[in-house]
Each structure stands twice: as structure tokens, then as C-alpha cells.
Design a binder for this molecule. Structure first.
Ligand code: PHE
Length: 457
């Protein structure tokens, strides 16, 4: 096994929180959350999302940090170290696969963000809703360009990872996070004061309770919460393995969840008011292009809009990079810890493999035409990937993590890890109840309910 010195640790507790928040905050907040709210019917989705975050994801975030810090290894190694000679390491392997699978479509969208730095900065995206929408479709229809941009994102991610954990991730996040928050606040103020913003706010904040028990809304909200918080695939577990034994796992987890959730909510306060200020806007019809069609029009209403726009996409790209770094780090750390590969070889081989899986997502609608003859594949490959990994793999990974910590390793043992060096664990009984009963049951019921509904439709 690699020694601590080879693996690296965080410079400080603040460094860890920055890095974990850097993993959590990304396209999931600014691109994914508004898109899912639009498809899930507005405020009711927001409500379910918040419940999932608080009752399911926060306890699982703590659980992942506990496993990682206890075992000081990447997911597969950690499960194997805590329960040797069992099959629990397979949960870690699921995470390694999910990391590669998510990164494969995530890097395509991050590539769009890179291109929009240029488009927004040069004022290339202008005109009415239709023109801005057409611009996005034309742009994404250019397969080779998308593939190239994906390669740029993966290349940048690999470069950071070659430099090791601490120096790369902490430094980028420290600069990016405050700037991103400030810019989002400015945009939210502008968006909510636009004519027509009230309608958008009502859509975002006033729930239509008739959809509360729609299994598809529940599953989408659960998947989105896992995706946004980087849970269920061992990213937080891996980051926890670099966490010092003296830091408080509970407060670290609370900070990350608070930061991530505020950023997602803030993105909603930007997208919906500005979307609804455009005549004929339909949030459910926009799909993955939502923010790329709404935001350019918002920038146009600001003085110095081109500069704002370019700045926004620079920050979005940086936020995406601190997430792609954590996605790639899971499979990379796996090969370093378990197969003892040198970091360099692990980074290069995993990145190449992810790039190959990313190509069909990057080819987008062009690929649908080719795959169109396959039964049932009416949607683009990117959406298929996002659904499989976010809505199924991550919640299932989370369920298994909860069962492992609550019942196999056992909640009381895990609590001992938190309390090392006399660190307090306020609410340990609540946590133990949630991780043993609420998390597994809620996830199983939501997935079961959704699968049943689709199967019987
Ligand atoms: N949480 C990241 C985001 O919101 C994506 C991510 C998912 C990163 C899973 C790591 C693991 O953009």
C-alpha cells in the first residue's frame, strides 16, 4: 500500500473543505439543478431535493468521510481493509466505474462551457430566444468540435492530477469559489429585478403538490442530490482518506452540504426569473441546453455584458474542473492503491479510457441518428449516460454505503472514528438512526417505486 507521504494529505482543514466543496460545486449546481427543476415541474422538485439532501445525503456524506478517513485508502481498498475477505469491495468498484462513466459525459458539458467563454466574450450569441436556441443546437451538432473540447477538459484535468492532490486542487478552489459566489449573487439580483421575473419566482418557489408523489420526480431529485454532492461513488470517501485525524468530520460534511446546496438554489434564482422574462419560455422543453440559452440573454441586459458572460463561463469551467478532478481521482487512486501503478501511468491510462467512452456523448445528436435503430434509444447518448449513472448508480452506491456503515462496519464503530482525539459528534443518535434505517429504506423505496412505474406503464 502507498504511504501517506506518497498519497498526500490536505494542507489544513480549510483546505479539505475547499477541495470537497470544489468537488461538490460544479455543473451539477449550475447546469444540472436548474435543468432538473425545469423537467421536474418547478418548486415541487426543489422541495423533494431539499428533503433528500438533509435526510439522505448529509448522513451518507458523513459515512463516506468516516470510511475514507478510517481506512486511508481509495474506495476498493477501504472496503477491503474494513471488511477483508468479503465482497464489499465491489461497492468501491462500482464507484470506480461510476467515476469514469460520469466523467465521460460531464467533460462534454464542461467543454460546452469552455466554448461559451469565447462565444459570450465575443458577443457571438445574440438575438431572441429562438436565435440563441438555434445557436446552441448548431454548436452542439458539430461533432468534431465537441470531441475536441472534451479532450481539452480531460487534458486539463489529467494535468492537475499529475501534480498530486494538495497542490493542485486546493489552489484552484481557493480562488474560484469566492469569485463564483460573488458573480452568482450579482446575476441573481439582476435576474430577479427583470420584468416578468415574478412569474419565474412563483414557478421556482410555489410547489404544485399534485406532483409530490410522482415517482419520476422523486427519483430525479434523489439522483440530482447525489450527483450534486458527489456522493455514492466514493469521491468523498477518497477525499476523506486525505483528511487529518484531528478534523471534525461532522462539521466538514455540514459545510460542504451547506455550500453546495446554496449554490444550487442560487442558480435557480438566476435561471428561472431570467427565463420567464423571455416571451414563450418553457422550462421543461429546454433540456440540457437550458442555461446555455437563458444566460446569454441575461448577460445582454447587463452593462459590460460580454465581460460578465465570459467571466461567468470562466468560473463555471473552473468549477467544473474541480469536479472533474475528483471524478478522475477515484479511478486513479484505485489503480495507485490497489494495483500499485505509478500515478503517471494511472492518470494517462484512465484518462484515455474515459475519452473513448466520452466520444458518443460528445457526438450528441449525430450519434442518435446512428443509434436510432436500436430499440428504445430515442434520446441522445449523453442523456442515457446521465440517467444511468446519476439516477441509478449513485443512489445504489449510496444505499450500499449506508448499509455497510450502519450494519456491517456498524454505526457505533464508525462513531468512534469521528470521536478520535475527543472530537464531538453532536446528534450521533440521529445520524445513527438515519444511516441504518432512513437512508437505505428511502432509497430502496424511491428506486423500487420508479422501476415499478416504468415497468407497468
Ligand atoms: N458534484 C459534481 C457537480 O455537481 C459532480 C460530481 C459527481 C463530482 C460525482 C464527483 C462525483 O458538478
Amino acid at each position: 500500500m502507498a504511504s501517506t507521504a506518497e498519497r498526500g494529505t490536505w494542507g489544513s482543514k480549510a483546505g479539505f473543505i475547499l477541495a470537497a466543496a470544489g468537488s461538490a460545486v460544479g455543473l451539477g449546481n449550475i447546469w444540472g439543478f436548474p435543468t432538473q427543476v425545469g423537467q421536474g415541474g418547478g418548486a415541487v422538485f426543489v422541495l423533494v431535493y431539499l428533503l433528500c439532501v438533509l435526510l439522505i445525503c448529509l448522513p451518507i456524506m458523513m459515512a463516506e468521510l468516516m470510511i475514507g478517513r478510517h481506512a486511508q485508502l481509495a474506495p476498493v481498498g477501504s472496503y477491503a481493509a474494513i471488511r477483508p475477505n468479503t465482497r464489499w469491495w465491489l461497492v468501491g468498484l462500482l464507484g470506480v466505474l461510476a467515476g469514469a462513466g460520469i466523467l465521460s459525459f460531464y467533460s462534454v458539458i464542461a467543454g460546452w462551457s469552455v466554448a461559451y467563454i469565447w462565444f459570450a466574450g465575443t458577443g457571438a450569441v445574440t438575438g431572441d430566444a429562438e436565435a440563441v436556441g438555434a445557436f446552441f443546437s448548431d454548436f452542439t451538432a458539430n461533432g468534431p468540435l465537441s470531441v475536441g473540447l472534451t479532450l481539452v477538459v480531460l487534458g486539463a484535468t489529467a494535468t492537475v492530477l499529475l501534480g498530486g492532490v494538495q497542490s493542485g486542487i486546493e489552489r484552484v478552489t481557493k480562488l474560484m469559489m469566492p469569485a463564483l459566489i460573488a458573480l452568482l449573487l450579482v446575476l441573481a439580483v439582476r435576474a430577479t429585478t427583470l420584468p416578468g421575473a415574478a412569474e419565474g419566482l412563483a414557478y421556482y418557489l410555489r410547489p404544485d403538490f399534485s406532483r409530490l408523489l410522482d415517482p419520476m420526480v422523486l427519483l430525479a431529485a434523489l439522483g440530482q442530490a447525489f450527483f450534486s454532492l458527489s456522493l455514492g461513488m466514493g469521491a468523498m470517501l477518497t477525499y476523506g482518506s486525505y483528511l487529518s485525524k484531528r478534523s471534525s468530520i461532522v462539521s466538514a460534511a455540514c459545510w460542504v452540504v451547506l455550500l453546495d446546496t446554496s449554490m444550487a438554489l442560487l442558480a435557480g434564482f438566476i435561471i428561472f426569473p431570467s427565463g420567464f422574462s423571455i416571451a414563450g419560455f418553457d422550462p421543461s422543453a429546454s433540456g440540457p441546453g437550458l442555461i446555455f440559452t437563458v444566460l446569454p440573454r441575461l448577460f445582454a441586459t447587463l452593462p459590460g455584458g460580454q465581460l460578465f458572460g465570459a467571466g461567468f463561463f470562466v468560473l463555471l469551467t473552473m468549477a467544473a474542473l474541480t469536479s472533474t478532478i475528483s471524478l478522475l481521482e477515484v479511478p486513479v487512486a484505485h489503480f495507485i492503491d490497489v494495483h500499485r501503478w505509478p500515478r503517471r501511468r494511472a492518470v494517462l491510462l484512465v484518462t484515455t479510457a474515459v475519452f473513448l467512452i466520452a466520444i458518443p456523448s460528445a457526438l450528441g445528436n449525430g450519434a442518435v441518428a446512428t443509434l436510432g435503430t436500436l430499440p428504445g434509444l430515442g434520446i441522445d447518448f449523453l442523456t442515457v449516460m446521465a440517467t444511468v449513472w446519476n439516477e441509478f448508480a449513485l443512489p445504489i452506491g449510496g444505499l450500499l454505503t449506508a448499509v455497510f456503515v450502519g450494519w456491517i462496519w456498524r454505526a457505533d464503530q464508525a462513531i468512534t472514528e469521528v470521536q478520535l482525539h475527543g472530537t464531538a459528534f453532536p446528534g450521533q443518535h440521529v445520524w445513527s438512526f438515519l444511516i441504518r434505517w432512513v437512508c437505505p429504506a428511502a432509497i430502496a423505496v424511491i428506486i423500487g417505486f420508479a422501476v415499478y412505474t416504468v415497468a407497468s406503464a
